[in-house]
Design a protein. Sequence first.
Length: 114
Amino acid sequence: QVQLVESGGGLVQAGGSLRLSCAASESIFDFNFMGWYRQAPGQRDLVARISVGGSTNYADSAKGRFTISRDNAQNTVYLQMNGLKSEDTGVYYCNANRLSRNYWGQGTLVTVSS
């Protein structure tokens, strides 16, 4: 059973920064994509993802402010979030995708105060 453990959430003022971490229980080379999603009422939206080859995709709202990266040796994926806004508030979930299977972490709460 794949386990994903997120950390790094917290309370930050608008304009501040946070770095989220997602540690996987197995090699992240096993997954086609690793990504971060934010829970909104009724849906979970992609924030950023990175492929096994290192290609990245970002939501429009994250472009220019957030950076996703991976440390293959540590089996960890990061999301560096700068210039945080109140609308970035939410629970962030780490995702690992392998073919048709998706695995999720337990989520970490990010609260941005204005």
